[in-house]
Design a protein around this ligand. Structure first.
Ligand SMILES: Nc1nc2c(c(=O)[nH]1)N[C@H]1C(S)=C(S)[C@@H](COP(=O)(O)O)O[C@H]1N2
Ligand SMILES: [Mo]
Length: 541
């Protein structure tokens, strides 16, 4: 692991300064005076107190999905184990590197080569390049996590319980500081009974988790979605750019983990049995039932995680289809109807563009490449009235467009390039698809790489709905950055479809077929990555 020293200092210095200040205050002035603890009983309470059932349940459900989110999120991160502040993801500019590998200069190093192994005890589902499954669990979990959070918020404000979390006086800041000086210098202050009242630091922390961390996690998520950012170019600019959004998303995960550790430790230190009765049973006494229930609850969370890993390894197709059924409709509703528009300036073009996939090894492609693709003919067939075979010159004559766009790989990296080519809509006009042609399939000269074994096998292909094929930013590109497309990035022809993730954009295109349904092609999931890596139809996030 490697982290830039400057970044590390920037990250830990606020905490160090606070701790140092706490020690200085203790050393010179002694421990600060704490806000007086007001003894409250049910008879004297004026504010809402206790933990109603809805709160205990949402608290628990939150934990369940938060753990799944963290574990699947870590797995997604390890598929491109580098974090950057710049959108280009140029090697050696990352501020955090969770791999020992320095990107070599003297040979091709693809983004798939770069993905790292993660223990299945930590990652969901663990091991290498299992980003497809990890995403399914991430997005399935996030729907429930956000839904649960909404229920919590609504009830919080309907029941008056918000008064326990939301500070209503600035006095909370000095009060919280006084508590912090105690904790930081290892003095346990007398605690108010949390059933009625939190201490100031505790209240401020809970407030921060609910009203700052969780919303930030939700806001930085979509800043990584190709469909969303291709439609709203300003959105990723709110954090700075897509990679800043990704880095912040990572910090939020770290903050949640830090909170979990601190929160659980405090629950243990400040009266475990009583605290467990509060949050498991909603009672304020000292019998051990809440503790047993809490332990059982944690057992259920552990079982859920075992189940998640098991499904990811043993029933991946079922998980893929479940995500397709549950998540895709929600995401399609939110994202699919927006046409991509975001374009960049020439000066924004990335100096380096990560390559992915395996170069074709077939003689057919090698012969064409040796002849500078003069002999290349793109075959367009299937459910069309006018099947054609076109040379590169003929494709050029049909229409040309250049677009400077941001590429999003499912693995996490991004890059900006100028793509020149034929708008697919023009080709569609020429071939006249039949009414029953609902999908367009792009076949590659190259093979895919099977993800568990790393062995190449089977033709790479992918497909688009006809609607997406007609999009204003869907191109058959033969130029990259104003030069003929090079071999590595897909010569002679590749797909660009800017509201989707990179894996949809087939390189080294051999032929295009119009079909009624992709179910009849290969394993029927719509593409090589969908067939073999269980990627979802969620290529827009
Ligand atoms: N034929 C083929 N096309 C492919 C792939 C592949 O493995 N084989 N990988 C895809 C993925 S995952 C990405 S991110 C982009 C990468 O394009 P680039 O190499 O130009 O960056 O190509 C896509 N097209
Ligand atoms: Mo990718």
């Amino acid at each position: 692991m490697h982290i830039r020293l400057k970044t590390l200092l920037l990250l830990v210095s606020p905490l160090l300064i606070l701790v140092a200040a706490a020690y200085i205050q203790w050393g010179t002035l002694g421990l600060p005076k704490l806000a007086p603890i007001i003894e409250v009983t049910p008879a004297t309470a004026v504010e809402p107190y206790g933990f109603p059932a809805w709160l205990r349940i949402t608290h628990y459900v939150n934990l369940m999905f938060l753990i799944l989110l963290i574990r699947s999120g870590l797995q997604i991160l390890m598929d491109h184990p580098r974090l950057y502040w710049n959108v280009h993801c140029t090697p050696r500019t990352e501020w955090l590197r969770l791999t020992p590998v320095e990107v070599p200069n003297d040979r091709v190093w693809t983004s798939k080569d770069d993905s790292r192994h993660l223990s299945p005890w930590i990652g969901l589902p663990g091991y290498r390049h299992t980003v497809g499954m990890a995403r399914h669990w991430h997005f399935l979990s996030v729907l429930f996590w956000v839904g649960n959070g909404l229920v919590f918020m609504i009830l919080l404000f309907c029941t008056g319980q918000w008064r326990r979390l939301v500070p209503t006086s600035w006095h909370i800041v000095p009060d919280a500081w006084a508590v912090f000086v105690h904790y930081a210098t290892f003095h346990l202050p007398p605690e108010p009974n949390g059933f009625y009242h939190y201490n100031a630091l505790q209240q401020l922390t809970y407030f921060g988790v609910v009203f700052v961390l969780a919303p930030l996690a939700m806001l930085t998520g979509p800043s990584m979605s190709p469909a969303f950012t291709a439609r709203f170019k300003w959105y990723p600019k709110l954090p700075g750019n897509r990679q800043v959004g990704r880095s912040i998303h990572f910090f939020i995960m770290c903050a949640f983990v830090a909170f979990l550790i601190g929160h659980v430790s405090m629950v243990v230190v400040t009266g475990l049995t009583r605290n467990m009765n509060h949050i498991a049973l909603g009672t304020d006494d000292a019998n051990p039932i809440g503790l047993y229930m809490g332990l059982a609850g944690i057992g259920v969370v552990a079982l859920l995680n075992v189940f998640a890993n098991w499904t990811a390894w043993r029933r991946p197709r079922a998980v893929q289809h479940a995500a397709e059924a549950i998540v895709s409709p929600v995401m399609a509703f939110l994202l699919d109807h927006s046409t991509p528009v975001a374009e960049f300036r020439r000066a924004d073009i990335s100096p380096f563009f990560w390559p992915n996939g395996k170069m074709p090894t077939s003689d057919a492609w090698k012969t064409l490449a040796a002849g500078d693709f003069k002999g290349y003919r793109l075959k367009v067939h299937g459910l069309v009235e006018n099947p054609v075979e076109l040379s590169l010159d003929e494709l050029r004559a049909l229409g040309q467009k250049t677009q400077i766009t941001l590429h999003h790989c499912i693995q996490g990296w991004s890059g900006i390039a100028a793509w020149g080519g034929l708008p697919l809509a023009e080709l569609i006009k020429l071939v006249r698809p039949r009414a029953n042609a609902r999908a367009v399939v792009f076949y590659s000269f190259g093979d895919g790489v099977e993800f568990t074994t790393g062995v190449a096998g089977g033709q790479y292909y992918d497909s688009l709905s006809t609607e997406n094929a007609l999009g204003p930013q869907t191109l058959l590109a033969y130029e990259m950055n104003y030069r003929p497309l090079n071999h590595l990035h897909g010569a002679p022809l590749r797909l660009r479809v800017e509201n989707q993730l990179g894996f949809k954009m087939v390189k080294w295109i051999q032929s295009i077929e119009f079909v009624e349904d992709v179910k009849s092609i290969h394993k029927g999931e719509g593409g090589y990555a969908e067939d073999n890596e269980y990627f979802g139809g969620l290529a827009n996030i």
